[in-house]
Ligand binder design. Sequence first.
Ligand code: URA
Length: 302
Amino acid sequence: MSQPMNLVVYLARAGLGSRRSCDELIRNGAVTVNDEVVTFPRQKVEPEDVVLVDGEPVEARELRYFLVNKPRGVASTRRDPHAERVIVDLVPNGRILFPVGRLDVDTTGLIILTNDGVLANRLMHPRYGVPKTYVARVHGKVSRRALGTLRQGVDLEDGLTSPAEVNLKKQSAKTALVEITIHEGRKRQVRRMLAAVGLPVEELHRRRYGPIADKGLEPGGYRELAGDEVEALRRAGEDVAVAVGEEVEGQPLLLAAEAAPAAKPIRVDVPEAIVEVAAADDQGRETPLDESPVPAQDDSHA
Ligand code: URA
């Protein structure tokens, strides 16, 4: 903790429960700050203050935010006995982090890892999720009709998908590159949407998560998010909270027991050899998925 924050936020970040349950703890008189019982959840706590809950010391964790370019074959969970590697192993000290959402094991691309459970839960809100942009290599010819259906909504077994932004980036003899931005996060959603319009996915790459994009991050690479990027994510999460008209965060990710001192300095690992996703166009040239001819994006993180 490097700056003052509300007592309730301090407790939630320390892994003591959702904001609501921390609020209750405070109002019930279980919390002291510098030996004084505090029952006002929004009281400011300074870095040097001593906070006790039921007489036990509490310390807010340092919050960490990383962007990882997941390679194929890595599971986007914290543990998976069947996977060779899991996403948190791509970042030093990554076992204290959680992935924000999931990518299929065969999907490549951007995923955020953090120990900020409040923000993670907001960003993963199932109904009002932030936009996520994918580029898919599909088998077949993409018709106008298919594009229209994808844009308007596809009738999947778990219901109609919400409107999506969809652009055909390239059509080759047998395959096409389709860019699609969805605002939900259902299981295997993009693959199922495309399959439903007769376009089975051969490769799938996520190139943007809300305000965050990074074309330069190599597969298997990671970097810590800059302060303005974290702020942009917070704003995206706040938009979610406003959209549902209530506090939407669920239980924070309880990591206190696992929290280890932050790894410093941050080093950038050279990933082990990872073959870049590529496809042949009509002339047999290779087109990596994350270099498909997409107009320059606004990466202003606004
Ligand atoms: N949609 C999918 O089908 N798979 C992913 O990994 C992400 C979105």
